[in-house]
Structures are given as C-alpha cells and as structure tokens.
Design a protein around this ligand. Structure first.
Ligand code: KG4
Ligand code: ZN
Length: 346
C-alpha cells in the first residue's frame, strides 16, 4: 500500500509518499516548501499571503515528491504507483486548506485514486507511526502545536476521548508571542529555545496559570501578560540586554514545559496507559522532551514515550499520509469540503 499525503493547513506546502508493508511504514519521499522566510519578515502568518504561497508551491512540491519516491519511473507513470491520496481536511486557514483539498480532489478524479480525509490534529500523532516501533493502545496523547494544546486518551485508531486542553492560547502561540515581546523573529519557539540555552531558567518567576487545578485544562495567556509587564518594567532603563533576553527565554521555556509536563503526569495518574505519544511543533523543544522523559520515567519507568523526530513535529505530509493508512476513504471524493474548524471534540 502506497499513500501520497498532502498537507496545506497553514504556511507549509507539504507532500510525502509512504509505503506500508508488514506493519512497517517507510518514507519514500518527504517534501516541505515553506513560506517561513516571508512570515518571518512580517512577524507572523498572513492568511491571504499563505494561501497565495500554497498555490505557488503545490504543483512543484507534488512533482518533486513523486520524482524522489520513484526516480526510476517515467514521470507520466509515477501516479500509477500510488494506491490512495490522503489530504488534510482541517483545521487550519481556509484559504490554505482549499488549495490542498481542491488539488487532492482533482488528482483523485484524474488518477482514479481513493481520497482519504485527514484531521490535521490527529495527523500530528501519526508522525509516531513512521519508526520501526509503533505506539500501542491505549495511549495518552499530548498535542502541542502553534494552534492547539490538548490531552487526548486514544483507545484505538480513531477512537479517542478528549481529556482537556488550553482555554486560551496554545503553547506554541505562547512561545511565538513571548518571542515577539523579546524582539526575536517568528516562529518564536525555536528562537526562545536557542536563547534559553545560555539563560537561567530561574532568573524570573513567572505565573503558572491553572497549574494546580485537578482537571486537564491549561492556560497560557496569563503567562504572556506577565511577560508583557516584566519586559515593560525591565525596559524602563533601556533596551533588554542579551543576558536578560537569554534569562527571560529560559524562564519562559521552563514555565511552559513545567505546565505541559505537570498536566501530562496528572493524566497518566488518572488513566493508566503504557504509552505516551507527544506531537506538534512544540514537541521539537528539547527541554520539553527532557522534562517529559525525566518526570514520566520517575512516575512509571515502564511507560514508553513516543516523540517524532524533530522535522516530523512541525507540519509535514508524512503525518498526513501515515494517518491515511488507518483512515477509511470517502465514498465520493467530490463530497469533501475543507473544514477550518475541525477539532478533536467532533
Ligand atoms: O505543529 P506546527 O508546525 O503548526 C501547527 O499546526 O500549529 O507548530 C508550530 C509551532 C510554532 O508555534 C512554533 O513556534 C513551535 O511550533 N515550535 C517550537 C519549536 N519548534 C517549533 N516551540 C518550542 N520549541 C521548539 N523547538
Ligand atoms: Zn500542525
């Protein structure tokens, strides 16, 4: 079984081709075109511009993914090697999603291939299915991306219970907004992470909203507000020094990671599972990886933790195609509608 996965939910145009044989998933190609440079220039993602970039990149990215997966096959014969197409249906930016969805519908019709609709949030978790070892159910899932921060209990493929999540900003959004306050470029997560390496995580005491509630909900907007106030206080006598930026970065990163780790352990205490899956852009954060590994191991060393390789944490087509192996195709591909509000609760 060979699946071509297309992901265009935000500012990445991503296409990957995966082969599944004897329960092993092999990545034949993984192409990601990103308009990150543009977003960095403007300090964030501008929806209309992101959609225009999707349109610019979609066909070249498809072409490159096919060429890399099947280098010895003539270009016109490459689509024949594909068994199905998996496509991100949502959530995301409507303009960006539409480019991928309409392209996938057209390809499905022209190539005569089944079309598999994928929830992008679920897809993030399926980046964990591309190694030799794959998660076993029941498993706890922690999704930490730019738009979402959720704890989910997976009983089986596509059988899951939403446990809780952020009530306001997502963890990635908090990284991005705080980075902006420190004058660091977009996306802020990797920048804060870099500066944190030479900073003191205990230099500034930041609030941990909802840390002591017994539910699985989280909140990050109060943390951002505290950083606004702190920066305005520190800059009264002049711009932030390099050391202050490093220390603030380390303190912000440490606080976000503590919040995420604490709620994850709380969920593991209530729901005894032997596997934890982490996913989403913030899962690339090395402090979060270390803290989770340390605390989970302390809580129960038999729990196996799955975190995708760094480049599969952020948006990519591999996760989409990987989820496609476990998702039924549509009866009528032309019925598919992009859904910017798709969530883990429906
Ligand atoms: O999953 P993703 O690529 O896009 C969404 O679907 O939202 O996540 C992007 C988010 C951004 O907020 C970015 O700052 C964050 O992931 N991120 C990180 C790191 N790498 C990416 N945050 C913290 N540390 C990182 N190393
Ligand atoms: Zn994503």
């Amino acid at each position: 079984m060979i699946i071509l996965g297309i992901e265009t939910s935000c500012d990445e145009t991503a296409v990957a081709i995966l082969k599944r044989q004897d329960n092993r998933v092999q990545i034949l190609s993984n192409i990601v075109a990103t308009s990150l440079e543009l977003q960095s220039k403007f300090g964030g993602v501008f929806p209309e511009q992101a959609a225009r970039e999707q349109l610019r990149y979609i066909i070249p990215t498809l072409d490159e993914a096919l060429a890399q997966a099947f280098p010895d096959t003539e270009a016109s014969n490459r689509p024949k090697k594909i068994n199905a197409i998996a496509i991100t249906q949502g959530p995301g930016l409507i303009g960006s999603l539409l480019i991928g969805v309409e392209t996938a519908k057209t390809l499905s019709l022209v190539w005569q291939k089944p079309l598999i609709p994928i929830n992008h949030l679920i897809a993030h978790f399926y980046a964990n299915w591309t190694n030799d070892q794959t998660p076993q159910f029941p498993a706890l899932g922690l999704l930490v991306s730019g738009g979402h921060t959720d704890l989910v209990l997976f009983k089986d493929h596509y059988s899951y219970e939403y446990l809780g999540g952020t009530r306001d900003d997502a963890a990635g959004e908090c990284f991005d907004k705080c980075a902006r306050l420190l004058g660091l470029p977009y996306p802020g997560g990797p920048q804060i992470s870099l500066r944190a390496k030479t900073g003191n995580p205990k230099a500034y005491r930041l609030p941990k909203p909802m840390y002591s509630t017994s539910d699985f909900d989280m909140s990050f907007s109060g943390l951002k507000t505290a950083v606004v106030n702190l920066v305005s206080e520190l800059t009264q006598t002049g711009p932030l020094t390099d050391q202050q930026i490093d220390d603030l970065s380390a303190s912000i990163e440490h606080t976000i990671c503590q919040l995420l780790t604490h709620k994850t352990i709380l969920a593991l205490q209530k729901y005894p599972v032997s596997n934890l899956m982490v996913a989403g852009g913030v899962a690339a954060n090395s402090t979060l990886r270390r803290m989770l590994e340390h605390e989970v191991n302390k809580f129960d060393p038999t729990i196996q933790i799955f975190i995708p390789p760094t480049k599969l944490c952020t948006d990519n087509g591999v996760s989409t195609a990987s989820a496609g192996f476990f998702t039924p195709p549509l009866d009528n591909p032309l019925d598919l509608q992009a859904d910017p509000n798709l969530s883990l609760m429906n």
